[in-house]
Design a protein around this ligand. Sequence first.
Ligand code: GLN
Ligand code: ZN
Length: 792
Amino acid sequence: MTEQNTDRTASEKAFPSATVLGYPRLGPNRELKKALESYWAGRSGAQDLEQTASGLRDYAADRIEELGLKESSAVPASYALYDQVLDTLVAVGAVPARFTDLRGENGSVDRDGAFVLARGDAARQPLEMTKWFDTNYHYLVPEIGPQTTFSAAPYELVAAVEQAAAQGRTVRPSIVGPVTFLALAKDDGTSASPIRPLDRLEDLLPVYAQILAQLRTAGAEWVQIEEPAVVADFAHVTEDELGTAIERATAYLAGQSARPQILLATPYGDAGDLLAPIARSGVEAVHVDLVRGDLDAGQLALFTADRAPALVAGIVNGRNIWRTELDAALTRLEGLRDAGAKVSVATSTSLIHVPHTLEGEDDLDPAVRRWLAFADEKIQEVATLARGLAEGRDAVAGELRESEEAAASRREAPGVHDPEVRARAAAQTPADTQRGDAQRRRSVQAERTFGSARLPVLPTTTIGSFPQTGEVRKARADYRAGTIDRAQYEQFLRDEIARVIELQEQLGLDVLVHGEPERNDMVQYFAENFDGFEVTHNGWVQSYGSRATRPSILWGDVSRAGEGLRGDAFTVPWISFAQSRSQRPVKGMLTGPVTILAWSFVRDDQPLGETADQVALALRDEVADLEAAGIGIIQVDEPALRELLPLRRADRTAYLDWAVDAFRRSTAGAADETQIHTHLCYSEFGEVIEGVDALDADVTSIEAARSRMEVLADVRSVGFARGLGPGVWDIHSPRVPSADEIGSLLISALDHVDADLLWANPDCGLKTRGYEETKRSLENLVAATARVRERL
Ligand code: GLN
Ligand code: ZN
């Protein structure tokens, strides 16, 4: 350490005793969503957007302080308008070549330029988007090549620090660290001999040093550098390479003299062996995720040595909505402190993964509500734990008691342990996940009629939803508001279904869908029809950019709502009505157990696999009822199968075991002649293709149009000998694919898939499309398929 460095740190403040890694960004009433969308639509100006943004920064800081985190630097400045990875990209000036014209004097792009990277424009595709670790948040993927230039332009962060300073407040700016930024980036494809983004680390580090210096000048005392890459395994980077990179990066940044003190954060999992180089690097504080990760004795010693960094203990779960059991948490924290660590209390991750607050959620079952903590309530938990740690248990006795009583009421609540549901799950045998032989099913299904005829070769179908028009949304809102009654609403839905069936007949599709107008959301609809779930009014969570979802809460044992253990069928009336309107087969349409879990907040008091089995049994009842109602084709969607794939390779087999098992449990009651379909969205199939094969569905539809059928190479490599519908229409854009284009995709698919196994369908559901492009695209799909059939 240089003389100057020692002086600097000696004069700095200790890390605050309590903090959170980040706060929800959308605003309590999704103010940011509205401001962004109105700005993008040209209905409001840059100043209006800035006013909302700065208002939300103030709101967050005020709120966090009010809830008990009052120390200097306890408020994280993590206010990305669109995405924190995009903000980091802009801050380091890593603008991809195709956007170079947007660059300004600082070498990077301004706010409008950043929106073009995020959303594309007439001439350019936006940056790709993908899941942020194993959360439901999506980040924009940086594109890095040998030519990528870096330059410091952290203007959003600096502005946030200055805005706070103007009010006499010191906030803690937060940025994605250099190793994570590069590990999550992809090769930009500009070079014939591709590089790995992480190979550019040495060029990137000096830019981070400049950013740190600028933040220091702006008044930051602490900066939060997030390096969650250390909790994951990557396909293209080995653990050794990651270790070398993190050791180099943290030591380099710690070695800078002009900088704020550094909190190096490792949320979303267990940093394992990579914690040691981080803790020894010279950074002043290290955040550890104690919910997903752990600290063994050796790791704890890293925080008790002389000159050890502060241990920022991420003990309050940042990504689920259950209250923390404060007594156990406090015991844990006391243990760490008594071992000699300088302990601060924190969340395990940023709070962007949970809704703002329980306030206003008055329709929640009060018993369940008592078990919950959203972002604001979690901040209070963090503050309470810090107070208990500093002042002793007596100072927080009331909070500890209330927390214990809530936990006890949860343990004892009847719905949490339904003996009948449990007995049924316990009585399951391996035979219950086993259908008849797949080959045999195939021949039985080829011989039978679906509707009034056999399926043609290359059957055409869609994935489930038809466009959710303004009228559909209005009818749902009117029904909720009580302006129309149930009978009127249901009549509206029947009319809508009848119309969609007629349209599909006119278009000449072979296997029809009812269009899903009764579903606001493919998971929430099931949550509303199952026992064991609650749904919120305003529990929005950012998905990407201005988009948010409202996850349901799976709190208890699951079965279909209604009388008795099996409850009532709920999709059957709609599907049967649709089927009554056509001689052609209509698919039953269900959401699979893994996807229902992946897109909900799920109980944390038992293994996910057990919960998945309960959901599977409820779905199995629906499958049986659909079958009994004469529905011959039933689709069980699992678009999230890959989403829950664990970050560590070693955990993946166990995950796929229970996930595949749950899907099979939901479908294996079906007779051989019933054709089970599944639908998965993503195109990077490689990692899970064996799992997909093990689902034992008769037909699988996948997203393939964007990658121009590239994914089919994987399919052949595992000998996937099942019906397959690789999407031939990229439904993510309003563009209408021509019949020629669809025809050539089908022909290239025939290189990989036998003609009698191939289906023609779009990439995904049509919910977000308009009718104009839907009709034209499906017309082309039917015409292209007819032409390809002639050539067979
Ligand atoms: N059946 C659903 C639909 O068509 C599937 C959606 C999805 O895969 N995300 O909307
Ligand atoms: Zn899909």
